[in-house]
Design a protein around this ligand. Structure first.
Ligand SMILES: Cc1ncc(C[n+]2csc(CCOP(=O)(O)OP(=O)(O)O)c2C)c(N)n1
Ligand SMILES: [Mg+2]
Length: 386
């Protein structure tokens, strides 16, 4: 837990960051969190490594697809793989995830069919996947709003009697992912109020990637972002977000607290957005290449690779298999995206609400009439949506 009060060196301080792996991949002891990472054997570490490597491949392929005009927009998770995969691996199947828009690593850890994420970025679907399949809710682009959805959902889980029963297969928690910038949004404060007073089983997982588009964290806060939570009565922890062991351990503890009825936790995973905000952004306009280089040397995938190398747990045969799996994954992403086709015009009115809605019905009727205005008297389409 962190103390409240301003940090002498501002919001980017490494004060109180939980770390289990140094940037060189050396395992360091931690009195509180070693126990929470004790179940990570070599197989599980390799599974995390695999998810991180595939997530990065996903970013590379999707960015290339956007540049080829196959996707409208894409937001990379580059640099944030340890924060996402570590926390994702701490989840149990019955837990629920409310992501923002770059949680590809959590989706991968949750075994989503990854091409589904690209339906949204191609603009052929409002969502892309069924949230009930993996308890992985839809991406949310309205900054911070889903922290309220997650907190409300957690209050529902609590009212369904799925918290604190002691049944490990049943007790459930909710985790919501959002950014440093989102913490300046009113919705996140409201989520913290409701989470706190209701003792909701929710983990508020903030990936502080040091930017809200072009605005650095130093323009959003004078103290570490995690310091915002204790004022609401929500315990907070800061973790090295590029250390997959540490993000796993910290999230596992927070989820366990939530499932057992101990209430919410705020996690600040301190990391760095190595890529652009989205494919529409040019980070060279607001940050230096020296800073980018500094963080490239702290690459989260490289850190786990170095650790596994040191312990002799990354045999060449595993690496070769993973490389060909990643190639096949890339091919699968490219072919599937190119074959997604176009949605029918009226499909945009489907799934807006679970039940019929008068406004949506009126808009659909207007649209149909509008489309009909392009059909000439011989029944030929002369324009409109194709
Ligand atoms: C309510 C709202 N305001 C503004 C925006 C425009 N916007 C999109 S992303 C973004 C920055 C978010 O930064 P952060 O929360 O740190 O998340 P990151 O993109 O760094 O993961 C903003 C302001 C938005 N999508 N929603
Ligand atoms: Mg950010």
């Amino acid at each position: 837990m962190i103390p409240t009060g301003p940090a002498a060196d501002g919001p980017l301080t490494d004060d109180g960051l939980v770390q289990l792996l140094t940037p060189a991949g050396e395992r360091v002891e931690h009195p509180e969190y070693d126990a929470w990472a004790a179940d990570l054997d070599a197989d599980r570490l390799r599974a995390m490594y695999r998810d991180m490597v595939l997530t990065r491949r996903f970013d590379v392929e999707a960015t290339a697809l956007q540049r080829q005009g196959e996707l409208a927009l894409f937001a990379q998770s580059l640099g944030q793989e340890a924060a996402q995969v570590g926390s994702g691996h701490a989840l149990r199947p019955q837990d629920h995830v409310f992501p923002s828009y770059r949680e590809h690593g959590v989706a991968q850890a949750r075994s989503l069919e990854m091409t589904q994420l690209l339906r949204l970025f191609r603009g052929v679907d409002h969502g892309g996947w069924d949230p009930a399949e993996r308890n992985f809710h839809l991406f949310t682009l309205v900054i911070g709003s889903h922290t309220l959805h997650a907190t409300g959902y957690a209050m529902g889980v609590q009212r369904d009697g799925l918290v604190g029963t002691g049944d490990a297969e049943r007790d459930a928690a909710v985790v919501t992912y959002f950014g440093d910038g989102a913490t300046a949004q009113g919705d996140v404060s409201e989520a913290l109020v409701f989470a706190s007073v209701n003792r909701a089983p929710v983990v508020l997982f903030c990936q502080n990637n040091q930017f809200a588009i072009s605005e650095p964290t130093t323009r959003q806060a004078t103290v570490p972002i995690a310091h915002r939570a204790p004022g609401f009565g929500v315990p907070a922890v800061r973790v090295d977000g590029n250390d997959v062991l540490a993000t796993y351990a910290v999230t596992r503890q927070a989820l366990e607290r939530a499932r057992s009825g101990g209430g919410p936790t705020f996690v600040e995973a301190f990391t760095y957005r190595m890529g652009a905000h989205t494919t529409s952004d040019d980070p060279t306009r607001y940050r230096t290449s020296a800073q980018e280089e500094h963080w490239r040397r702290r690459d989260p995938i490289e850190r786990l690779r170095a650790h596994l190398d040191r312990t002799g747990e990354l045999p060449e045969v595993f690496q070769a298999q993973l490389a060909s799996e990643a190639d096949a994954f890339g091919e699968h992403l490219r072919t599937t995206v190119r074959g997604m086709g176009r949605p029918s015009g009226p499909s945009m009115f489907e799934h807006v609400y679970a039940t019929p809605h008068a406004v949506v019905d009126a808009e659909r009727a207007w649209f149909e009439q509008y489309e009909q205005s392009f059909v000439d008297h011989e029944g030929h389409q002369t324009g409109g949506h194709r």
